[in-house]
Design a protein around this ligand. Structure first.
Ligand code: SAM
Length: 291
């Protein structure tokens, strides 16, 4: 019987044969637990008609499991040393295509058009390199890709922030940025022991389901996010102080007071207590003051 790539003995043999050594700087922590791999893929609800995009296939442990549940897989891998290994380990899966590229540099929309054309249901599934989790997730969310969502392993601490609700200590501008584009839920907590080498931090799998419409309609998205970032600039400060210190409003205190009255938000509240909808209201009401 063929062994899974993730089987610790198979993995050891593959790594030894190719003289592969892990690069910490590339976030290389490979999964060696079949149950976790199955569970990650199950969270993506793939069918035999689905397309999948993987980021960082490593030696193909997760790729193999994704491949068993989808029509086509495109995997972006930055580390050239892994390419000959992947062509060997993934040889039984001709519907997997590995692209040698930094995901942050890749034109993912173009790759989808070229490699996953005709496939309606596309998911991103990945055990992400932790040094670059947030830029990858924000790239995937903001590039308007035709995907249903993202299921990915990330640091537990980051997962807590992405899925955080207003009024909690984890809620910050990143929570709002992500939740503007997607519904976020933590679907699995993962111990360090299922990786080789074990990372220093705990992990979790998060599912981001892309929204068809944002949860709030704003006049100017860029300004909306600027207001959010300003409101969280110093966590212990009130909205009033953060906005005055971080937006050019120092000469407009009276107008600012009127804005807060009109939208019925107490300026003494902290940013961490506002919902996305309240931030939307605040940004639209503030915009005329800064024109
Ligand atoms: N998927 C494999 C697994 O689960 O065992 C490996 C996951 S490992 C956490 C992260 C992988 O991402 C590594 O293979 C690493 O080389 C790759 N990687 C790191 N930075 C990348 C980037 N910017 N673009 C694409 N791949 C990257």
């Amino acid at each position: 019987m063929m062994k899974d790539i993730s089987n610790p003995q198979s993995m050891k043999a593959i790594l030894k044969k190719h003289g592969f050594t892990f690069k910490k700087s590339l976030g290389q922590n490979f999964l060696i637990d079949r149950n976790i791999l199955n569970n990650i893929v199950a969270q993506a609800n793939l069918t035999e008609h689905s397309g999948a995009i993987e980021i960082g296939p490593g030696i193909g442990s997760l790729t193999e499991h994704i491949a068993r549940h989808s029509q086509k897989v495109v995997a972006f891998e930055i580390d050239q040393r892994l390419l000959p290994i992947l062509s060997e380990t993934l040889a039984p899966y001709p519907h997997v295509q590995v692209i040698h590229s930094d995901i942050l540099e890749a034109d993912v929309n173009k790759v989808i058009q070229e490699e996953l054309s005709g496939i309606e249901d596309i998911m991103v599934v990945a055990n992400l390199p932790y040094y670059v989790t947030t830029p990858i997730i924000m790239k995937l969310l903001t590039e308007k890709l035709p995907i249903r969502g993202i299921v990915c392993m990330i640091q537990k601490e980051v997962a807590d922030r992405l899925a955080a609700k207003p009024g909690t200590k984890e809620y910050n501008s990143l929570s709002i940025a992500v939740q503007y584009y997607a519904e976020a839920e933590t679907v699995l907590k993962v111990p360090k022991t299922v990786f080789v080498p074990a990372p220093n931090v705990d992990s979790a799998v998060i599912r981001l389901t892309l929204r068809k419409e944002p949860p709030v309609q704003v006049q100017d998205e860029e300004f909306f996010f600027e207001v959010i970032r300003s409101s969280f600039a110093q966590r212990r400060k009130t909205l009033w102080n953060n906005l005055l210190n971080n937006l050019p409003l120092k000469e407009k205190r009276e107008e600012l007071e009127k804005v807060f009255q009109a939208i019925e938000i107490d300026p003494k509240r902290r940013g961490e207590t506002l919902t996305i909808q309240e931030f939307g209201k605040l940004a639209d009401a503030l915009a005329p003051l800064l024109k």
